[in-house]
Ligand binder design. Structure first.
Ligand code: SIN
Length: 562
């Protein structure tokens, strides 16, 4: 696939837009395109390059009903079963029904999903799906969608894309003040705001990574589409950017966050001594790969009737149990019964990556381990992508709509991203039109106050804190939990949180510090939600409470005073 050429750097000045989009994955780009086509000016802020997103790493594809043998009811049922009683049925139906229309739009943008020899869609199968329904572009679906969207965005004059601009905090008209890496931002309400008026979005503070200056972006609407938070764990399939920025920002602004304990561990990441965890798509098992333990046994038949294609939480826990039982550092994924030509064609990226690691997947078994993969909870939203704060919206992995419940069905996330981006664009359009009618006073956000006194201590401590946090989550908040372990994690995270507020006060703001601040915030949310849930459900397995409660309820957190 040819990469989209990089655009020249856009000079960042403080500016006003109708809409700010934070993040440049499939959710953010789809939304930006649609809301711009409705006539609004849009700025996309992305902390790295525009193509650095979780989307780019998505191998599997988009789960959507297209086959004659399939229907919406089956897809709904599979989603509800995977979600283990915690999905919102109405949301699930809505998102699944909207799927085919959104896929047609992607095809109109030029996306070419893989087809079989008869020219029909080559539908993949993944864990928990009762039908083959995964549309894919070989094993590079995310990259293909991202490229198609970036090309369309480049042609849209109402969209400005700012690379290397890191959104620090949303600014609201209310009294909530952000704490920025130990630096207090202006505490007074944005000029033009009145105490009596409901709290709403005024814009964001964002760091221009290239010159280290903090800028102000004014807008009545902010769409968070920053993806998930896999980097809070030592081992993850996620790219480096997945540091939970949107979830942390929303929480700091007093917005409700839900179900953060449900972190999905992908069962099959390539085991490598480097510590990096390259994803081996579940679609490989969809094409017949079998998991084997250190003794060579195909163990999944002992754990679930669907064996290797059981829902992900069950497969990940089974692998964890087998590794603990045998003492082996990984299990094996065996696809050696398929020939090399098929594997090269269907999984070119996986084939190449494994070959570079010295593994010929047509001949050798692949060493695999679970790794943190997807944040099922997040910023609570309606099916119109609205959060509890007027003007703040969220879509994609950062959001919690009620689709995934306690465990996401494979390949439902790209579907949710495109559907919610579309629905979000419609609701933002209505919000902006209404806001124009009521003619609220123009808001002026005070400039960022820099507290950098130049007497910062060693920066290496930042790296130590990153390691400590990610190791803590991996050791104490992983696939199998106990209350004692969660409490140990809580104490350690509280220490880190205190350091963020005190130790780093004099540090100049930089991306690693901002990310650490967000990761610590997200870690707190994961642990607090996990301690709230006194049952084992979906991805949250806790030895002290092995049973499910009769009533399924979402865990909810909202910052006091928010
Ligand atoms: C995979 O290809 O196994 C990952 C797809 C997903 O997480 O939905």
């Amino acid at each position: 696939m040819r990469a989209v050429p990089a655009s020249p750097p856009v000079p960042v000045v403080s500016r006003s837009f109708d809409v700010l989009v934070i993040g440049s994955g499939i959710a953010g780009l789809s939304f930006a395109l649609k809301v711009a086509q409705l006539g609004h000016s849009v700025a996309i802020l992305t902390k790295k390059n525009k193509a650095d997103s979780n989307t780019n790493w998505a191998q599997g594809g988009i789960a959507v009903v297209t086959a004659e043998t399939d229907d919406f009811a089956k897809h709904v049922e599979d989603t509800l079963v995977a979600g283990d009683g915690l999905c919102d049925r109405a949301v699930v139906k809505q998102i699944i029904r909207d799927g085919p229309a959104r896929i047609r739009e992607l095809v109109e943008l030029g996306l070419k999903f893989s087809r079989d020899h008869d020219g029909e869609y080559d539908l993949g199968r993944e864990g928990g799906h009762s039908e083959r329904r995964i549309l894919h572009v070989k094993d590079m679906t995310g990259k293909a969608i991202e490229n198609a969207l970036l090309k369309s965005i480049a042609r849209e004059p109402r969209v400005s894309l700012f690379e290397h601009v890191f959104a620090i905090d949303v600014v609201t008209t209310g009294k909530l003040a952000g704490l920025v890496a130990g630096k207090k931002t202006a505490r007074k309400p944005a000029a033009g705001a009145s105490d009596a008026a409901p709290n709403r979005i005024a814009g964001v503070y964002a760091l221009d990574v290239r010159d280290g200056r903090v800028r102000t972006f004014h807008a009545p609407v902010v769409m968070l589409s920053t993806g998930g938070a896999g980097q809070v764990y030592l081992y993850t399939t996620n790219p480096d950017i997945a540091t939970g920025d949107g979830i942390a920002m929303a929480y700091r602004a007093g917005v409700e966050v839900r179900n953060m304990e449900f972190i999905q561990f992908h069962p099959t990441a390539l085991y490598s001594l480097s510590g990096k965890r390259f994803l081996i798509s579940e679609a490989v098992r969809g094409e017949g790969a079998i998991l084997r333990n250190a003794e060579g046994e195909a163990f999944m038949t002992r754990y679930h009737p669907l064996a290797d294609l059981a829902p992900r939480d069950i497969v990940a826990r089974a692998i964890d149990a087998e590794m603990k039982r045998t003492g082996a550092p990984h299990v094996w994924l065996d696809i050696t019964h398929r020939n090399a030509a098929f594997l090269r064609e269907r999984f070119p990226q996986i084939y190449r990556f494994c070959a570079a690691e010295g593994i010929d997947i047509a001949k050798d078994k692949i060493p695999v381990v679970p790794a943190a993969h997807y944040t099922c909870g997040g910023v609570a939203t309606t099916t119109a992508a609205e959060t509890s704060l007027a003007g703040l919206y969220a879509c994609g992995e950062v959001a919690c709509t009620g689709l995934h419940g306690a465990n996401r069905l494979a390949s439902n996330s790209l579907l949710e991203a495109v559907v919610m981006a579309h629905r979000g664009a419609a609701s933002v359009n209505a919000y902006l039109r209404q806001a124009r009618k009521t003619a609220a006073p123009a808001l002026v956000i005070p400039d960022w106050k820099d507290h950098h006194a130049g007497d910062e201590d060693e920066r290496v401590v930042l790296a130590h804190n990153w390691d400590e946090l990610r190791r803590t989550l991996w050791d104490y908040v992983s696939i199998m939990r106990t209350t004692k372990r969660l409490e140990r994690a809580r104490t350690r995270i509280a220490n880190l949180s205190r350091e963020i507020q005190e130790y780093y006060w004099n540090f100049s703001v930089d991306p690693r510090l901002l990310e650490l601040r967000n990761l610590v915030q997200v870690a707190e949310l994961i642990v607090e939600c996990a301690l709230q849930r006194r049952e084992s459900r979906g991805l949250h397995a806790i030895a002290d409470y092995p049973k499910k409660q009769r009533r399924a309820e979402s865990s909810k957190l909202r910052r006091k005073g928010g």
